[in-house]
Design a protein around this ligand. Structure first.
Ligand code: NAP
Length: 542
């Protein structure tokens, strides 16, 4: 075996939740770790997504790391959903309190990662040309981080600022009194519009596919609520671990919408209409599995949306029709006044799907087939290359020299979203074919699995851990089988990022394990308890 020295035991990319969790768990296991991030600050998503109104859609008290009871007790959230600034403060609190800064290197873009067959090490190269070696290479780059930049004619001719919503200028762009055009109307625009509309001269949204929009119902964190949370944190953490979406929600107690009388169903739908995704999971258990139940829920949301939109012509564009697609085939946004914002005189909605498609971007605005709209600022709120985008943005080369991007041309295969065949000693936190769930819960579960695997490597003297091809084939087939039984499989009809159906250069595919995050976490525990049968461990001698 080669005993070449490495710069670090582990190198991770991404100083968001994953990076901080990796620092905690790997450092505790006695490893040296360096976390690189191209951003100027820690926080991942919450450093990049600084658009007005950027806010979590998970409730604050379980959208956090749980490895330290002390952190959970000492940090105080100010409201039900924290905005990016509060989450940013939370990241600093964790990094300061746990003395994580020495492990973090910001302003450092990684441009390649290459597995070295001879040494079984990874060679990581930065944009500045610096190189670092490590035994374990870990992606903490996030599953919704690489933006989709649409190809619109004339985009480079626009004279004013034009940028993707997730690349909001860090110097904080002043949009007060300006005319703003927003292309795209997903979860980002739903958060951004009502805040921008308050001070911008005008905001014009270019809209394609309607969304099922659920209310967020923001609330301040009262002392009584905080006390209750802090007294019950163990239970909250366990609830997340055992929930199908990793959220601290109650169950629907075996209730099925299709088996409930219309009056009682309506009563339960109304009673639980208290904000967040809770409504989907705490009303009835068949909303995402039974097409009839899904239609009942969809109709309820449609009616609620229509009640809040003053102008029927606007409602016609914004509100989905029952026959369009099932609830959750597209990820529903949470709303903080989005629908009401369209009642303002300075907010305009343009239907670019059926009425006036965009033709080009000009020096001064956006030209559709019908009109030319003048803007000072254009925001592309056009979504993300989910799950695979960040991993394909620069070459990550495995044993064969093939990059992840090349490997994933047809299918984005993995073992539980954490390992990929042909890429030894490499781990991904929430990669393709992991669940879509409350991210800090999934991230921490993944990091625990990865850390325990690395501990086994180190304590038993292994040099190489290689994901088995047959395990990858098995997980991919299992994930596809489950996916095809769900209503989410209809996401390809409506460009859902949950299937990569929003990408022009790739066919839609299975990207998410929909068998329940709780079942997925069980499966990970089982794998660890059985000594990681999906992986082959090797000692190099001589
Ligand atoms: P998105 O939901 O994918 O929405 C993108 C929007 O851009 C859609 O309206 C899409 O229309 C439109 N679009 C894409 N390409 C276009 C083109 N070439 N021309 C015109 N319109 C185009 O993206 P997002 O709003 O950024 O949200 C993505 C995900 O990020 C969310 O679902 C969520 O998981 C996460 N997110 C989370 C939070 C939070 O938790 N607080 C906040 C924001 C985002 P079509 O639908 O017709 O394709």
């Amino acid at each position: 075996m080669t005993t070449q020295h490495t710069d670090y035991d582990a190198i991770a990319i991404g100083a968001g939740f994953a990076g901080l969790a990796l620092i905690h768990y790997l450092r505790e296991a006695g490893l040296s770790i360096r976390v690189f991030d191209k951003a100027a600050d820690i926080g991942g998503t919450w450093t990049w997504n600084r658009y007005p109104g950027a806010m979590t859609d998970s409730e604050s008290y379980y959208y956090c790391l749980t490895f330290s009871r002390e952190l959970l007790q000492e940090w105080s959230w100010t409201r039900r959903y924290p905005d990016w600034k509060e989450t940013h403060n939370y990241f600093h609190f964790v990094a300061d309190k746990c003395d994580m800064w020495p492990h973090i290197q910001l302003n450092t873009e990684i441009v390649s990662a290459d597995y070295q067959q001879d040494s079984a090490h990874w060679l990581i190269t930065t944009a500045a040309g610096d190189t670092f070696t490590c035994k374990y290479f870990i992606s903490g780059m996030g599953m919704i981080s690489e933006p989709v930049i649409p190809k619109i004619k004339g985009m480079d001719t626009f004279k004013g600022p034009l940028f993707h919503s997730s690349r909001w200028p860090q110097e904080d762009l002043d949009y007060a009194g300006k005319r703003v055009g927003i292309i795209g109307a997903g979860a980002t625009t739903v958060q951004m519009l009502p805040v921008m509309a308050k001070t911008a001269k005008s905001v014009t949204v270019f809209h394609r596919t309607p969304n099922f929009i659920l209310p967020a119902m923001q609330q301040p964190m009262t002392p009584e609520w905080e006390k209750e949370i802090k007294e019950n944190y163990d239970e909250i953490v366990t609830k997340c671990r055992n929930h199908i979406f990793g959220m601290a929600f109650d169950t629907a107690e075996g209730r099925k919408a299709v088996e409930t009388s219309p009056e009682e169903r309506q009563r339960i739908f109304e009673e639980k209409w208290t904000g967040s995704f809770r409504w989907v999971f705490e009303t009835f258990e068949d909303l995402l599995s039974d097409p009839e139940a899904n239609k009942m829920a969809s109709q309820f949301i449609i009616d609620k949306m229509k009640e809040r939109i003053e102008d029927p012509a606007i409602a016609e564009i914004l509100v989905p029709k029952l026959e369009d697609y099932p609830l959750f085939a597209k990820r529903p946004p949470l709303d903080h006044g989005y629908l009401e914002a369209y009642s303002r005189d300075n907010v305009h909605l343009i239907d670019i799907k059926d009425r006036e498609p965009i033709v080009e971007i000009t020096e001064t605005g956006v030209r559709t087939t019908e009109n030319h709209y003048e803007f000072d600022i254009i925001v592309l709120a056009t979504g993300f290359k989910a799950y695979t985008g960040a991993l394909e943005a620069f070459p990550i080369r495995g044993v064969s020299g093939q990059t992840l991007r090349e490997k994933w041309q047809q299918q984005s295969k993995s073992i539980m979203g954490v390992c990929v065949a042909d890429f030894p000693n490499m781990f991904i936190v929430t990669g393709p074919q992991a669940p879509f769930a409350n991210l800090p819960t999934s991230i921490e579960q993944n990091v625990i699995w990865i850390t325990n695997c690395i501990k086994k490597m180190e304590s038993e003297g292994y040099d190489v851990v290689s994901p088995r091809q047959e395990a990858e084939d098995e997980w991919t087939a299992h994930t596809a089988e489950i996916h095809n039984q769900t209503l989410m499989a209809e996401g390809d009809k409506v460009n859902s990022w949950m299937m990569g159906a929003n990408l022009e250069d790739k066919a839609p595919r299975v990207l998410i394990y929909f068998g329940g995050a709780n079942n997925y976490y069980d499966r990970m525990d089982e794998s660890a308890n059985q000594g990681y049968p999906e992986l082959e461990f090797e000692k190099r001698t001589g």
